[in-house]
Ligand binder design. Structure first.
Ligand code: NAD
Length: 464
């Protein structure tokens, strides 16, 4: 079977979900042993089938094998290794103390699988953003149905073909299809849905999930700003911003979306940024970056042609090849498309600011971003920006790297998402934190039970 061939199960979604639920009800996925076996399977899948994924991502997104490893596989392997190392500790009961009135006895929180989880993935990092949620799902002892994006069909096909070879094929299923297939699945009711994608589709997922009161984690997008203060190391800022912006042609949820730079260093910063883009792209600078499809290409090309800012770098694109040069736009109008919507492509607007308050007001007047990036040599300055501006996550003196730290929760706030995962946070999200109180049968004083005497009530008021 070739990678481009689709494996679409002809099973009715109701039967499919019922079958997976039955596996969960059998209890087979609860043990530490089963969970570790799935994590081992995921680890082998990522290592042994790197070339299958590289081939699929080259077909879907024009990615090089090294970018596939860096963008999709390294982060997935990091999540798997971290979960394998810590899982036993995460699964331990957490003992809690009792208030006086409840003594003697004991109380604890025990982590139980929620049941069957639906994982819905996007096309931009189609392996990392389906397998990392799957790490959390199986680590928490759940069954899962994975629905990769139809816009990365070769990768979706590879996942459908390979996951059953490496994981328990009855407990983890892959379903391929579009939004309608996804809504049909959602209608079956799940114990949790972990969705990664755009904000508007996120609303539809939540509306669909509301019908069956299925809890959701929504990992959404948005415009993640970079603030470059006057005292920043401008060379490092330019290098790191250029590097992450070029990655996957800017089609990264936590890519720097736009830069606010102190007006006193704007020209120097823009020159450094242009130089870094030129160096990093090498021979590909003129040809440009590959965009996923015509729809996204047209949206991005229109935002370049309609800009009222100054294009200081790039600006050219070729629809037939779906390629677009990395483009820097200085001083765009804050209301034009490139500043109104998430860019999700190789375009970087740069806007000057006069005071820190102006930069804070600019960002805070817009929907809460998935990430905030601040470049400054002064901790006081970076702390001030981080505490004044709300965002899903924040990175000081770098961009996007927080998603590669499994100990940190990854997620948005407001329009950029609901809930979080990665590391222990994913385990917590997909576990039920069950409260258990255990009492003995002695003592059992009769004054606790009605009818109450005045003396009993007085005593109860003191103790309870
Ligand atoms: P998308 O929302 O279009 O699609 C995501 C998934 O939803 C796909 O599997 C798709 O088949 C499904 N879908 C589409 N329409 C649906 C509907 N009506 N009902 C149910 N399901 C539907 O997103 P995309 O274009 O694949 O990805 C790009 C977006 O994802 C960007 O906004 C980006 O910022 C965001 N994103 C966020 C993260 C994160 O971790 N927060 C990561 C990557 C991408």
């Amino acid at each position: 079977m070739t990678l481009s061939q689709q494996i679409v199960p002809d099973t009715d979604p109701g039967e499919l979900v019922a079958g997976v639920r039955a596996i969960h009800a059998s209890g087979r996925t609860r043990s530490l042993e089963w969970r570790l076996k799935q994590l081992d399977g995921l680890s082998r899948l990522v290592k042994e089938r790197e070339s299958d994924f590289a081939e699929a991502l080259a077909a879907d997104l024009g990615r090089s094998p090294s970018e596939t490893w860096l963008g999709d596989l390294a982060g997935t392997a990091g999540e798997i290794d971290y979960a394998r190392k810590h899982l036993k500790g995460w699964m331990k009961r957490r003992k809690e103390s009792l208030p006086m009135a409840q003594r003697p006895g004991s109380a604890w929180v025990q982590y139980e699988p929620v049941g069957t989880v639906l994982i819905i993935g996007p096309w931009n990092y189609p392996v990392f953003l389906t397998l990392s949620p799957l790490v959390a799902a199986v680590a928490a002892g759940n069954c899962a149905i994975v629905k990769p994006s139809e816009l990365a069909p070769a990768t979706a096909g590879a996942l459908a073909r390979l996951i059953p070879e490496y994981l328990d094929p009855d407990a983890v299923k892959v379903v391929q299809g579009d939004g309608r297939t996804t809504q049909n699945l959602i209608d079956q009711g799940f114990d949790h849905i972990l969705f990664t994608g755009g904000t508007e589709v996120g609303r539809k997922i939540m509306a669909g999930a509301a019908k069956t009161l299925t809890p959701v984690t929504l990992e959404l997008g948005g415009k993640s700003p970079v603030i470059v203060a006057a005292d920043a190391d401008l060379a490092v800022a330019a290098r790191r911003i250029a590097w992450v912006k070029l990655m996957n042609s800017g089609q990264t949820c936590i890519a720097p979306d736009y830069v606010l730079v102190d007006e006193t260093v704007k020209d120097e910063f823009v020159d450094l940024l242009r130089a870094e883009l030129t160096t990093m792209q090498g021979d590909e600078a003129a040809a440009g970056q590959r965009i996923v499809n015509e729809g996204h290409f047209d949206r991005l090309a229109a935002s370049i042609t309609s800009t009222r800012g100054v294009i200081v770098h790039g600006g050219q694109s070729e629809r037939a090849a779906l390629t677009m040069q990395a483009t820097v736009i200085v001083d765009p109008d804050p209301d034009e498309p490139v500043m109104a919507d998430e860019i999700f492509g190789p375009i970087l607007p740069v806007l000057p600011f006069a005071t820190a308050n102006e930069a804070i007001r600019f960002v805070s007047a817009r929907p809460k971003p998935l990430a905030l990036y601040v470049f400054s040599k002064s901790s006081r300055t970076s702390d001030a920006y981080v505490s004044a501006i709300q965002s899903g996550g924040a990175v000081v003196n770098h961009v996007a790297m927080h998603c590669l730290v499994p100990a940190l929760p990854f997620g948005g706030i407001g329009d950029s998402g609901i809930g979080s995962y990665h590391g222990r946070w994913g385990f917590e999200t997909l576990s039920h934190r069950r409260a258990v109180l255990k009492k003995g049968t002695w003592p059992d004083p009769s004054l606790m039970y009605p009818p109450y005497s005045d003396r009993a009530l007085k005593l109860m008021r003191k103790v309870l």
